[in-house]
Write a protein that binds this ligand. Structure first.
Ligand SMILES: O=C(O)CCC(=O)C(=O)O
Ligand SMILES: [Fe+2]
Length: 240
């Protein structure tokens, strides 16, 4: 078993892995997000926290915040989780019912460390991800309260599609405040150690208001997406 997995999940994964996959997919389908509580091994989470301390200065150079992506995260636990055989297999098992498959080159980890005024750039920057599947792996989160940087999501508002025209239409519609207010959405406080799964392309989302004195570090693991497949010449008939 991978060292980042908490012992409390070993039994479930070893004895009934198909049910584990179904549980995650059902969470995403029914509520828009699946949560694996305390999934990370506590010692591994500690390691991620130290990486955040080390990486924070790298995010704030030249007076601007920079997300850390790809090779910026080499030799960290973020990389280790993102490219593990376990995660690649899990992503593929979740996405199988859509007739979607991903491989190592389709995986893109990204780390957002938000703190101070320069860390406000993504706050309320609502968007769709390009991905089939996004896994959020929070590492440091503000204490619950006002402006605590909740994650807000409008889940599953569209299907996967490789049509640029349809994509533009949805992105334009989602920018309309009145429409956003009418569509079901909710906010959650991410908890470090938990993993959160959602269909990135299908779900409008982002970070809600954040107190600039608080540190917020979240790693996103991005898996494939309709337009990445399109660029690769893969035309897909999505099974659902
Ligand atoms: O950390 C968050 O609240 C979401 C970040 C996000 O959606 C992204 O970076 O694509
Ligand atoms: Fe996102």
């Amino acid at each position: 078993m991978e060292r980042f997995i908490s012992p409390r999940y070993e039994q479930e994964i070893l004895t009934d892995y198909p049910a584990f996959v179904r549980r995650i997919r059902a969470g995403m389908d029914d509520t828009g997000m699946a949560v694996l509580e305390d999934f990370l091994h506590p010692a591994f989470l500690d390691e991620l926290r130290s990486s955040v301390e080390r990486l924070t200065p790298q995010c704030y150079q030249n007076g601007k915040r920079k997300p850390l992506i790809g090779k910026d995260l080499a030799d960290t636990g973020f990389y280790e989780v993102a490219f593990s055989d376990f995660m690649i297999r899990l992503a593929n098992d979740i996405l199988e019912v859509f007739n979607v498959q991903v491989q190592g080159s389709d995986i893109h980890p990204a780390m957002n460390i938000l703190v101070g005024d320069q860390g406000q750039d993504t706050v309320k920057g609502w968007h769709f991800d390009a991905t089939y599947l996004t896994i959020a792996m929070p590492v440091v989160m503000p204490a619950a309260g006002e402006r605590d940087g909740k994650f807000r999501i409008w889940p599953n508002v569209r299907r996967f599609s490789q049509s640029p025209l349809q994509n533009r239409l949805y992105c334009n519609l989602a920018r309309i405040d009145a429409l956003r207010r009418m569509v079901r959405n909710y906010a959650v406080n991410f908890v470090p150690g938990n993993l959160y799964f959602f269909y990135g392309f299908r779900s409008y989302h982002g970070t809600d208001e954040l107190d600039n004195t608080q540190l917020r570090a979240n790693c996103l693991i991005n898996f494939g997406g309709p337009f990445f497949d399109r660029e690769k010449g893969r035309v897909i008939k999505y099974a659902r």
